[in-house]
Every structure is written in structure tokens, then in C-alpha cells.
Design a protein around this ligand. Structure first.
Ligand code: ATR
Length: 280
């Protein structure tokens, strides 16, 4: 393939028109002067396996996949360690005659923290993660990859937290919401990976007083941008990472895989997506 050949990637979902990914990838395509396109593909579940196993025939070098396709994407591709650990694939790429996959939420979580709270993982021994769904799995895996010794995993349904301990090992400590004050004591990081605090959902009254003074807080929720967790964290003087940061940073790896440039998450890009979110 020469530099002049057009490359295209897409986001596949059912539905898909709500996706902000074209804004992100479109911004980078322009910024780096790439001969490329990023499109949306609404593909129903019954057509999805055939679509991804014939990606080149559809004109694509790779794709993002979202609800409801992430598990089927994993089963129909060659996943890396992150996708296998999280149990879901959300970015796929053609590598010769192989269809490979990864989970970019792990990188989204750690990349956003690296950008907004550099040094967050230095001397971080104990972290608290709320949520044991797909987002929670990505967050826990990211923390374990960075060497965090103890991750307290708070979840309403105990069996889901227990399943993560079984998958990821004894550094994961399942806990309940009643345990929250105890596990926050001396913790250096709190992450919300539940839908609590999202517009229209129930919220949590966060008391971050027991945490270390140099702790950081991260939320996967981006509507609203400033969740009650982040408000409480700012009051304590903590560094923070919001859900929009995670959304932008999770897009970096896919772009790099498809278009060969590792793109930068700029303040201009953030403002662009923020405006789009405010309209939707
Ligand atoms: P995702 O893939 O985005 O993580 P998910 O798998 O539906 O979505 O997980 C949502 C998370 O939010 C779960 O941890 C869920 O707790 P349960 O495992 O007990 O369902 C949590 N969650 C959602 N609504 C909640 C509520 N009202 N109270 C407590 N936890 C809630």
C-alpha cells in the first residue's frame, strides 16, 4: 500500500448514530493530513460476524465496535491480553490475513489519568474501584497492569466482583457499598465505573475524607462532565480524570493501528467533542 492509497475505518453498532467517534477521528485525519475516512456502519447483530470477517471487502482496514457487538467481536477475532482480560473487544484491525482485536478502554482509563494527573501511580498501593461491569473490568485491569498492589472492588452484586477476583487474582478484593468508608481509608485512587451519577440515574453521596491527601479520582461517566465524585474530589484538592478524557484517550490506539500515526488528545479536540455532547 502506498501513502497515497485511501484508508478507511468505521464504528459499528446497532444503533450507531449517537457515536462521537467520527468527530474524534475526523479531527485527527485532518490534523495529520491523512488520506483517510472514518464512517459509521449500522449493522444488526445477525449480520455482524459476516461484516467483520469480511472487513477488507467492505473497504476497511479496521473498526471500532460498540453495543451490542463487543462480545461477538471478541469471539470472531484474535484478541490481545487486554481484550481477553476485559472479556470484550472494541477495536479491530487487519494484520496481514489476520483479524486482531484489543480493548481500548484500558488505555483510555490510564491514558486520561496520565494526561490529567501525571504521576498518579507513583506509590499507589491501594485503590478503590466502584463497578464490576465491562467498564469496571477495564479499569481494574489497567490498575493491575500498572502494578497497583491492592484494588478494592465495590459492587452492588457481589458475584460480579467475585468473578473479577477469580479472573484477575488476589490483588482484587471484592467489597460492598457498605464497606466503602473502610476501603477508602488510606486509598490513593477512587474510580467510578458504574452508571451511578449519570444524568437520569441515581447518584452517590461521596465522602472522600478518609482518603490520602494526594489521592486522585476518575469517573467513566461523561454526562454530566463534572460528576458528584469529581466535585467531591476537587473539594479535597485531588487530581481528577473525567469520562470525556477517557473517551478521547481510548480512541488513540485505534487511530494509530489504522492510520499509522499516534495522535495527540488536544484541548481543541476536547472542546470540539464537549460542544457536540452539549448538543446531544
Ligand atoms: P458497563 O459495561 O458500562 O460497565 P454494566 O455491565 O451494565 O455496564 O455495569 C454497570 C455497573 O453499574 C455495574 O457495576 C452495576 O452494578 P451491578 O453489577 O450490581 O448491576 C452498576 N450499577 C448500575 N446501576 C446501579 C445502581 N442503581 N446501584 C448500584 N450499582 C449500579
Amino acid at each position: 500500500m502506498t501513502d497515497k492509497e485511501m484508508r478507511a475505518a468505521c464504528a459499528i453498532g446497532w444503533p450507531i448514530k449517537q457515536s462521537k467517534s467520527p468527530i474524534i477521528h475526523g479531527y485527527w485525519i485532518e490534523r495529520y493530513g491523512i488520506n483517510g475516512e472514518y464512517r459509521l456502519e449500522a449493522v444488526p447483530p445477525e449480520d455482524f460476524p459476516a461484516f467483520i470477517t469480511n472487513l477488507p471487502a467492505h473497504g476497511y482496514v479496521g473498526c471500532n465496535v460498540t453495543i451490542p457487538h463487543k462480545l461477538v467481536a471478541l469471539a470472531n477475532s484474535e484478541p490481545d491480553d487486554r481484550a481477553r482480560a476485559v472479556g470484550a473487544a472494541n477495536a479491530l484491525w487487519i494484520d496481514g490475513d489476520r483479524l486482531r482485536s484489543t480493548n481500548t478502554d484500558v488505555e483510555g482509563f490510564v491514558g486520561s489519568l496520565d494526561a490529567s494527573a501525571p504521576g498518579w501511580d507513583e506509590n499507589l498501593e491501594s485503590a478503590v474501584v466502584c463497578g464490576a461491569g465491562g467498564a469496571g473490568r477495564a479499569v481494574v485491569f489497567g490498575l493491575l497492569e500498572r502494578g497497583v498492589a491492592c484494588v478494592h472492588l465495590v459492587n452492588r452484586t457481589p458475584s460480579r466482583a467475585q468473578a473479577l477476583r477469580e479472573a484477575f487474582g488476589p490483588r482484587v478484593h471484592p467489597a460492598t457499598w457498605e464497606d466503602l468508608p473502610r476501603v477508602l481509608d488510606g486509598a490513593g485512587l477512587i474510580a467510578n465505573a458504574t452508571s451511578l451519577g449519570m444524568t437520569g440515574n441515581p447518584d452517590v453521596e461521596w465522602d472522600l475524607a478518609p482518603m490520602r491527601d494526594d489521592a486522585v479520582a476518575a469517573d467513566v461517566v461523561y454526562a454530566p462532565l463534572k460528576t458528584s465524585l469529581l466535585v467531591a474530589a476537587e473539594r479535597r484538592g485531588f487530581g481528577t480524570s473525567d469520562g470525556l478524557g477517557m473517551l478521547l484517550h481510548q480512541a488513540v490506539r485505534g487511530f494509530e493501528l489504522w492510520f499509522g500515526v499516534r495522535p495527540e488528545v488536544t484541548t481543541e479536540l476536547r472542546a470540539l467533542v464537549e460542544r457536540a455532547l452539549a448538543k446531544s
